[in-house]
Design a protein around this ligand. Structure first.
Ligand code: F6R
Length: 261
């Protein structure tokens, strides 16, 4: 795992977007794993701006989102399909037919999980998975005690996640209590993972995921098992990390980070 701390949220977001754009430039037939949530909105705005400036081409990119609420159709403004269309897909030159999310309206939940896993496999696997982290440490919607070997499936959401996300719903208790999510095992198979964590209120959970023990109680900690993960944080989210001096030294000195300094 590598940890990069940028002074501001804007710089952390921009570095994340540049990492994604550079990876797509290296391999145009790219399979990109995507996340939703407040943190990602600025990343998608930066990627859309880079696309407009012809710095990155999405025409041959295939995407797989992490998750979708169960019971929300694509046209529901709170569905993750709607979020993705609004924040990214409508603003870049991607073929909508190449964008994938679990089907929140699928009747057979077990079959839907299996279908999604097969779609990822058939595409040849995910080249880069973008992640945020929930207040309870979840990646995707892999809530505490999710198996670290789990695959795409339906999952009941925790009260912490409900509190985090129900603010977007009107009324708040119309938020679904369950979602489809890629499993921790699915995420760990991505060739590369880039996680973005911003804001003071994520500082405690960021420290647990990055420097704490690997535990199903904080599924983000499973990334410590992944061979190629970069976690990008702003200073506020990094404020409870212990090894910041080392992380900053690596970023300042390792040649791979030169273009991003
Ligand atoms: C969303 C997802 C979640 C979010 C996490 C952080 O697709 O997979 O794990 O990344 O809940 O959400 P925000 O950015 O809203 O704090």
């Amino acid at each position: 795992m590598e940890v990069i701390i940028r002074p501001t949220t804007k710089e952390a977001v921009n570095l994340t977007a540049r990492l994604i754009a550079a990876a797509i430039r290296r391999k145009p037939f790219f399979k990109l794993g995507l996340a939703t949530g407040a943190t990602m909105e600025a990343v998608y705005a930066d990627l859309a701006a880079m696309n407009r400036a012809k710095e990155v081409d999405f025409s041959r990119v295939v995407t797989f989102n992490l998750d979708e609420y169960i019971g929300l159709p694509p046209e529901d403004p709170n569905s993750y399909r709607y979020y993705m269309n609004r924040n990214l897909f409508s603003k870049i030159n991607i073929d909508l037919g190449n964008t994938n999310l679990p089907d929140g309206m699928a009747k057979d939940e077990i079959a839907e999980g299996q279908r999604y896993e097969k779609a990822i496999r058939d595409a040849g696997g995910i080249d880069l998975q973008l992640l945020g982290i929930g207040n309870d440490g979840h990646i995707g919607f892999n809530e505490p005690i999710s198996s670290l070997g789990s695959r795409t499936r339906s999952k009941a959401l925790t009260p912490a996640t409900y509190a985090q996300n129900s603010v977007y719903f009107n009324p708040p208790d119309s938020m679904p209590k369950r979602a489809f999510t890629m499993g921790v095992g699915t995420i760990l198979e991505a060739a590369r993972v880039v996680m973005l964590i911003t804001g003071k209120k994520k500082a405690g959970i960021a420290a647990k995921a990055i420097e704490g023990p690997i535990t199903a109680m904080v599924t983000g900690s499973a990334l410590q098992l992944h061979p190629s993960t970069v976690v990008v944080l702003d200073e506020a989210a990094a404020s409870e990390l212990k090894q910041t001096e080392y992380y900053n030294w690596v970023f300042a000195n390792e040649p791979e980070w030169k273009p991003y300094r």
